[in-house]
Design a protein around this ligand. Structure first.
Ligand code: MN
Length: 717
């Protein structure tokens, strides 16, 4: 059994300035709390927290983690309380103990949904403080080591849970040592026959294997020396579980699993990794497709190494892993390597490490959809109802699945949402409808003016963003219609020599407004603006009926309403057909003419005149007798939406510059989409509200002046 001074010695060896008194204090507290308790093995209960602390000090973890290991079962299994822990050990250790206790309460049942939910909770616990999981993993390692004392039923359940949940977590955290131990111990209880068979075979061939390892080591070592590559070579038996998996996946008996031994070369530099690889490939023929460069492309858990398999001297496959000492340390201890004591390391630095790792974890969560890779039963869909993304400052935010950068923007601040013009995810510009993925770092590109668009409602997922967009659109509509209302009312006032301000302050008018529940001037004006009341109706409140202009008295209201309707809907009079401006016209989607374009009309069946650019292919293909001469009515002004396609380099801030170029010409952007190409270019398409051809030309010129723009063209389909 491990003793307190063993733990203290280990900690002092890697962390000379460690607060050993804190560990002693935790020991005393735990010993008292667990006094009289025994484990199923008959040993004093205290042996368990001690062993857990021992495992963590082998991993060179910090003092709070070791203390937490000693205390981890006190709150759950004894009369000790979290308050006591906090009083004696401070809030940091209290939180760690609390985290481990909560995690222990999670029951991994067979129900997939429940399991998935538990999994999510684990991930969130990790996101809070990864040390909670490290303590929990060490706890599980010791429980697995002593599983023989459990009743058989429990053995299988615990082993299954370890195989399904804890070993993969250890793997994902890069703690290879722990993953291997957990897997092999699980296999022992889950497939006792197989485990025993492999164990027997392995023992039987021990001598033969050792001879083989010595041989290969010598061959490789000599060759490395010839090439001046300093290296340590280790040959080791692969762990049982991976041998079993190989047998399973290739449907072969043990005899035919040839590469049960893996060789590891530890060299001094990255350059030497590649040199050593070259030496090995020159010595033996590499197996095609088996070379993996995890140095250039580290695994999600941060693992780095070169892997290759070659055909060895006796025709057997030999696997080599080549890495530096640092990479090796990381491969064995993974995330735990970050908690190693390093002199002068700042808390912030540690936080930074934690942050980086959580990001990886979250990436991992999104990777879970690959069933071959991990936990068959837990599919991403089951528990990815939420995605977790980061702000540029590293803050973690949670969103429902399907959320977009707009949801992100609105969750931070309403104004940020309103002024969003684009977004970058992991440093790359993405379209606003991009669906956030766990682990993304999201940055919002802001414009100067708020410009939410109706289309945004279909882009956002969160109710908050929807509500804010709706609110803004309503407000904007109200502002617009109150402007129109004021204008209409002013015009009418002028005819009667009334001041609009006086009119609005008039008691009668105020009463009328209140009684019709438009209790502010603005509300009343906007009610006029969208045609709820006519200006004359308001005026008649203060002007006696017989003093109204005679022409106002009969059916006048309808024509006022008509005007309002005309103001609010797209003016039909934009194009004159045969000199008349009230014809029903529509604009061809194929060529989308703007005022100033040479145009021609085309009489449709039942939908009035369709207006096209003169040389539009669609018009040219029509029968001549249905074409009709049309002209722009330049006395009318109304915007037409034109699509402009811009090819640009994918560089920071360019979207904002393009948007500025468009709006600086007084044009409104009604919609935009962005596609990033593989070659670092981006294809943007802007739907711009254009008054006339001159404005369109100016907008296009202005866009062309933006640095990084490759081409600008007006889209005609
Ligand atoms: Mn425990």
């Amino acid at each position: 059994m491990i003793r307190l001074h063993d733990i203290l010695d280990m900690v002092a060896a890697y962390n000379p300035e460690a607060d050993l008194d804190l560990i002693k204090k935790a020991y005393v507290f735990s010993a008292k709390a667990h006094q009289g308790q025994t484990r199923r093995s008959g040993e004093p209960y205290l042996t368990h927290p001690m062993e857990v602390a021992g495992i963590l000090s082998q991993m060179k973890l910090d003092v709070p983690s070791i203390a937490t290991a000693l205390l981890h079962d006190t709150v759950e299994d004894t009369v000790a309380t979290l308050e006591e822990v906090e009083q004696l050990f401070g809030p940091e250790i209290r939180n760690l103990v609390d985290g481990v206790t909560k995690l222990s309460k999670i029951q991994f049942t067979t129900s997939q949904e429940r399991q998935a939910e538990n999994f999510r909770k684990m991930i969130m616990a990790m996101a809070k403080d990864i040390r909670v999981i490290l303590v929990k993993l060490a706890d599980r390692v010791h429980n697995m080591r002593t599983l023989e004392h459990m009743p058989e039923m429990r053995q299988v359940a615990i082993a299954q849970e370890t195989m399904d949940i804890y070993a993969p977590i250890a793997n994902r955290l890069g703690i290879q040592e722990m993953k291997i131990e957990l897997e092999d111990l699980s296999l022992k209880y889950l497939k006792p026959d197989i485990y025993q068979m492999i164990d027997e075979q392995v023992r039987k061939r021990k001598g033969q294997r050792e001879k083989y390892i010595t041989e290969i080591k010598k061959l490789v070592g000599d060759r490395m020396r010839e090439h001046n590559v300093e290296c340590d070579i280790y040959g080791r038996l692969k762990h049982y579980c991976s041998i079993w998996r190989k047998m399973e996946s290739q449907h072969i008996p043990f005899d035919q699993v040839h590469d049960i031994i893996a060789f590891r070369l530890i060299v001094e530099s990255v350059q030497q990794c590649y040199e050593a690889l070259g030496v090995i490939h020159a010595l033996w023929r590499p197996v095609p497709g088996r070379f993996k460069d995890y140095i250039a492309m580290p695994k999600a858990n941060g693992y780095q190494s070169l892997h290759t398999t070659v055909i060895g001297p006796s025709g057997d496959r030999i696997e080599f892993q080549i890495r530096t000492g640092e990479m090796h340390d990381f491969a064995e201890h993974g995330i735990a390597a970050h908690w190693k004591y390093k002199e002068g390391r700042l808390i912030d630095d540690k936080e930074e490490m934690k942050f980086k790792w959580i990001r990886k974890l979250l990436e991992w969560q999104s990777e879970l959809s690959d069933p071959a890779e991990f936990l068959d039963t837990v599919k991403l869909d089951l528990f990815a109802d939420d995605v977790y993304v980061f702000t540029p400052a590293g803050e973690l935010l949670e969103f429902p699945r399907g959320s977009t950068p707009l949801d992100f923007a609105y969750s931070i601040h309403t104004d940020l949402g309103h002024t969003t013009i684009g977004a970058k995810v992991n440093g790359k510009i993405v379209p606003l409808k991009y669906q956030l993925r766990s682990g993304d770092t999201v940055e919002i590109l802001r414009g100067k003016k708020p410009q939410p668009h109706k289309d945004w409602l279909s882009v956002v997922k969160t109710s908050r963003a929807k509500a804010k967009i709706r609110q803004w659109l309503r407000q904007e509509e109200q502002d617009k219609s109150s402007l129109i209302g004021r204008e209409l009312l002013e015009k009418e006032c002028r005819r009667y020599n009334i001041s609009i301000n006086q009119l609005l302050k008039n008691k009668e008018v105020e009463n009328f407004a209140k009684s019709s529940s438009y209790d502010s001037t603005e509300a009343l004006l906007s009610a006029i603006g969208y045609g709820k009341f006519s200006p004359l109706q308001i005026i008649s409140l203060v002007v006696p009926h017989d003093q109204l202009h005679p022409e106002d008295r009969p059916k006048e209201e309808s024509s006022v309403i008509g005007k309002i309707v005309q103001r609010l809907t797209r003016p039909k009079g934009l194009v004159k057909v045969g000199g008349m401006s009230d014809m029903m016209v529509s604009f061809g989607k194929c060529c989308n003419p703007v005022p100033g374009d040479p145009i021609v009309g085309f009489v449709t069946r039942g939908r009035g005149v369709s207006v096209h650019v003169s040389d539009c292919d669609k018009v040219l293909s029509q029968e001549h007798d249905r074409l009709i001469q049309v002209e722009w009515d330049m006395t009318q002004s109304a915007a037409r939406v034109v699509r402009i396609r811009v090819m640009c380099q994918d560089r920071i801030g360019i979207l904002a510059k393009m948007t500025e170029a468009i709006t600086s010409e007084g044009a409104n952007i009604a919609g935009a989409s962005i596609r990033i190409n593989d070659d670092k270019t981006a294809l943007n398409s802007f739907d711009v509200e254009i008054k006339d051809l001159t404005q369109l030309r100016n907008v296009m010129k202005s866009l062309e002046r933006v640095k990084g723009i490759i081409s600008v063209e007006r889209v005609r389909e």
